[in-house]
Design a protein around this ligand. Structure first.
Ligand code: ACM
Ligand code: ZN
Length: 543
């Protein structure tokens, strides 16, 4: 009798289930840590209550963001109401802070039943991510900027979610080509959509200095501009276009980007390159180079250049002044100080640099680079921040508190973790989104080279299995890089990034044992529809 009752209840539940295909009901990227599929749906209705504590401004604005997006894409207007003093309401949508210590700052639970949607998290970050998940449980039309008719329901589900890694980043080089603030805001929107939380803003280079530094006006007047840009691939003998190119972000614009990112729970990490990739700064202030009586140029082609910062006190004063303004502007815990691709030819011939070697009893120019980075690290640490550097900062000895960004493979990251340093994995062969994503290169826009298709990105496990258990926590995160030598505009930048960023989000967020490329690929079909509504120019060949 009892069995028959259970059977009949199952039939009733099944009958109330929607006719939507099962796979489209839960196409969430990145895949949540735990998801239990349920029968039935919660229907969004005009005037339905959305309860949230109105004293908490952050929560209130997350609720508003949710309601506004729904109202933008549909005729439905939710009614935001103060969270009642007594029990959790039985009907409606509820956003609530709750003590869920095992889920951390960014985790959340989401329970969708036919009458009630309950979201709980320790902090606003988690509630914000729950909203991203809710949007993905709605039809893709939710991302539209005009009213659509769609089946405005949320599939019933129980989700408990928390990210695998705390640092989930996207990088953008704005020096080889500069991108508008509007483009950067959209880049940030799409990061938030993927539950990514660190924006690494590469601001200085040989080809242009892009951050306003008030103490050094020639950075704006000279270092931000080049006379022309190389046409075609740098291996080809083509020549320059001779078109003046450049620009920079004012400190006001930078503040605007930082505040915008913060509203999406994204921290902006600035990169100020040293001692290499310094041609633009030297063009403005030639006394900072090893050859004092020469003219340096903001370069217009690509590669690694011999002219780097010298090691004089004047150079350190300049960099400390720059960092003082940078630290003032950026609230992030980290400042990226570059450290990659610094040729040593000038230092070998420079009387001052050779004197520095002897004075500080340094074995070679690698140790001089290490001295350079350690001296900068002391300054940055004294101002309450930590440095990140590319993996070359291992050469000649790692600065004591540095975090290493491992780009030339995983080896640098493994070495740094074994030495007890934090690491962010960004290896070229998996996470350089300036590399080709199709092997049919003739049909693709010109790129730097390489081949990093979607499944290759997806296959990356940021935590190397050879690392001993007690060192694994040093792998704090993973990031993809977008170098822009061959990416002159916004449309092409999006084309290179999406959907590879979707794969990145899943390797950063989702436990390795839950990953499955075929299942991800199925969910990606809904992601493409979302990208269409979001007006994203994504790569879709053979996907
Ligand atoms: C790098 O790609 N040079 C960090
Ligand atoms: Zn020198």
């Amino acid at each position: 009798m009892k069995q028959l009752l259970v059977f009949l209840m199952g039939v009733v539940l099944l009958a109330s289930c929607s006719s939507k295909t099962p796979h489209a009901r839960y196409d969430i990227i990145p895949l949540p840590a735990q998801l239990t599929e349920m029968e039935g749906e919660f229907r969004l209705k005009n005037g339905a209550p959305l309860y949230v504590s109105l004293q908490n401004k952050e929560l209130k604005s997350i609720a508003e963001l949710f309601a506004e997006q729904i109202h933008l894409a549909s005729d439905i207007k939710l009614e935001i109401q103060d969270f009642p003093a007594e029990d959790i309401p039985k009907i409606g949508i509820i956003f609530q802070l709750e003590n869920l210590p095992e889920l951390g700052l960014e985790g959340y639970t989401l329970s969708v039943a036919e009458e009630k949607v309950l979201v709980q998290a320790n902090a606003a970050n988690g509630l914000f991510y729950a909203v991203q998940t809710l949007f993905q449980l709605l039809p893709p039309e939710i991302y539209s900027t005009k009213k659509e008719s769609a089946n405005w329901t949320i599939a019933c589900v129980e989700i408990t979610d928390t990210p695998r890694l705390p640092y989930r980043g996207m990088h953008l080089d704005v020096c080889r080509h500069i991108f508008s603030v509007e483009f950067i805001k959209k880049y940030i929107d799409l990061m938030a959509f993927h539950k990514l939380n660190r924006f690494h803003w590469h601001l200085t280079e040989d080809q242009g200095w892009r951050i306003e530094i008030k103490k050094y006006p020639l950075l704006q007047k000279v270092a931000a501009w080049r006379d022309g840009t190389w046409v075609g691939h740098y291996n080809d003998t083509i020549g320059y276009d001779n078109i003046r190119y450049g620009g920079y972000y004012t400190q006001e614009q930078i503040k605007e980007v930082i505040a915008y990112a913060a509203s999406k729970y994204i921290e902006v990490i600035p990169e100020i390159e040293m001692p290499g990739h310094a041609s633009a700064a030297l063009a403005a202030y030639p006394q900072l180079g090893c050859i004092k009586d020469t003219v340096y140029k903001v370069v217009g082609t690509w590669g690694v250049f011999d002219d780097v910062f010298c090691t004089t006190d004047e150079v350190f004063t300049f960099l400390e002044d720059v960092l003082t303004e940078v630290i003032e502007l950026f609230p992030s815990k980290y400042i990226h100080i570059g450290g990659d691709e610094c040729p040593k030819v000038r230092w070998r011939k420079c009387p001052h640099c050779q004197t520095m070697l002897k004075k500080h009893k340094l074995k070679d120019e690698h140790e001089l680079q290490s001295y350079f980075i350690q001296r900068i690290e002391k300054f940055v640490n004294a101002h309450g921040k930590k440095i990140i550097g590319w993996d070359e900062i291992l050469e000649g000895g790692l600065a004591p508190n540095a975090t290493v960004m491992s780009w030339r493979g995983e080896e640098g990251g493994i070495e740094a973790a074994l030495q007890g340093h934090d690491v962010i994995m960004v290896p070229t062969s998996y996470l350089y989104f300036d590399y080709y994503q199709s092997d049919n290169k003739a049909e693709e826009p010109l790129a730097i080279g390489g081949f990093v298709p979607l499944d290759k990105v997806y296959s990356f496990d940021p935590v190397p299995v050879i690392l001993p258990d007690d060192k694994q926590a040093h792998i704090i995160g993973v990031q993809a890089n977008l170098w822009t030598e061959y990416i002159p505009n916004a449309a092409q930048a999006q084309y290179m990034v999406y959907p590879r960023a979707s794969a990145l989000s899943e390797i950063a967020w989702t436990a390795n044992h839950r990953k499955n490329f075929t299942a991800f690929h199925n969910r990606l079909q809904s992601q493409f529809k979302r990208f269409d509504y979001l007006n994203v120019n994504y790569f879709k060949k053979n996907q």
